[in-house]
Design a protein. Structure first.
Length: 286
């Protein structure tokens, strides 16, 4: 028995990130575990970049069932794992770790999370469309891979480093004849009028910073900001004000979490309960 008479959970997972100022993952997963009757618990693990190797060794030593991985560790954790699943291997980014026997396997549920959100929740069909993706980190890699899988006709990536953006857009060069382009961060607003979908996969806007403030959107465009706190960023407000359909990142967050849950537990995730927990968590945080 734990202190206070509470029984310890028999299985545990958690999230590795730095900083972990805002994370809805414990809320979503702990509700999901209770919903399906699992004696599991989900924890917060703030891990500084220099401590990541020690943290992964801790997962092994303590027998964690797995972990979620968020900024800034999605790419750097790869070298500390034993193997990678399909989308993780393709993108070079991991957001979910699964313990299988004595091995730690990296997965990327951001890809399926974004795909399911975009098609099922936002109602946007990417096939044959053109997209502008802002960013070159793990989230941007997942978005580009998802758009390529969904047969987008053109993908442009804008980032502060052209070299890193080139690595990301290369994920879309699969022999399909898809148009791909890297554009300088300072020039990305010039591409907005040429695309059907804009996705912000950077933290810009999390603290109210403007993004694409001079861009003019139209009613045929969809704008997605993967930031989920605050639920409405300056980019989304501006996109909606100028005619576009705007979506925050909460839907993708829930979808990728549900996919992680299925990997760890082998059970169908209670998506509605996880979504409700995330919405309550956002309201409480604000």
């Amino acid at each position: 028995m734990a202190a206070g008479g509470k029984r310890d959970a028999s299985h545990f997972v958690g999230v590795l990130g730095w900083p972990l100022e805002v994370t809805l993952s414990p809320l979503m997963h702990n509700v999901a575990f209770r919903q399906v009757g699992l004696d599991w618990i989900y924890l917060r693990w703030p891990v500084r970049p220099g401590d990541l190797a020690d943290a992964v060794r801790g997962l092994r030593a303590l027998g964690a069932e797995g972990a979620n991985v968020t900024m800034p560790h999605k790419q750097s954790i790869v070298e500390h794992l034993d193997s990678l699943g399909g989308d993780a291997a393709a993108t070079g980014a991991v957001n979910t770790v699964q313990r299988t026997g004595n091995e730690l396997v990296g997965h990327n549920t951001d890809v399926v999370g974004f795909s399911e959100f975009l098609v099922q929740d936002a109602g946007f069909e990417p096939g044959g469309t053109r997209a502008l993706v802002l960013g070159a980190g793990g989230a941007a890699r997942a978005v580009v891979k998802a758009l390529a899988d969904l047969k987008a006709a053109g993908i442009t990536v804008a980032a502060r480093s052209d070299g890193v953006a080139g690595e990301v857009v290369a994920l879309a060069r699969d022999g399909s004849g898809r148009a791909t382009e890297v554009v300088a961060w300072e020039k990305m607003a010039d591409r907005v009028e040429d695309v059907d979908l804009v996705v912000n996969a950077t933290p810009v806007g999390m603290r109210g910073e403007p993004l694409l403030a001079n861009a003019i959107f139209n009613s045929s465009q969809c704008v997605v900001d993967l930031i989920y706190s605050p639920p409405t960023t300056p980019l989304i407000e501006h996109a909606r004000a100028t005619g576009a359909t705007g979506w925050g990142g909460l839907g993708m967050l829930v979808r990728q979490a549900a996919a992680s849950f299925a990997i760890w537990t082998g059970q169908q995730p209670p998506l509605d309960a996880m979504s409700a927990a995330a919405i309550r968590g956002i309201g409480h945080h604000r």
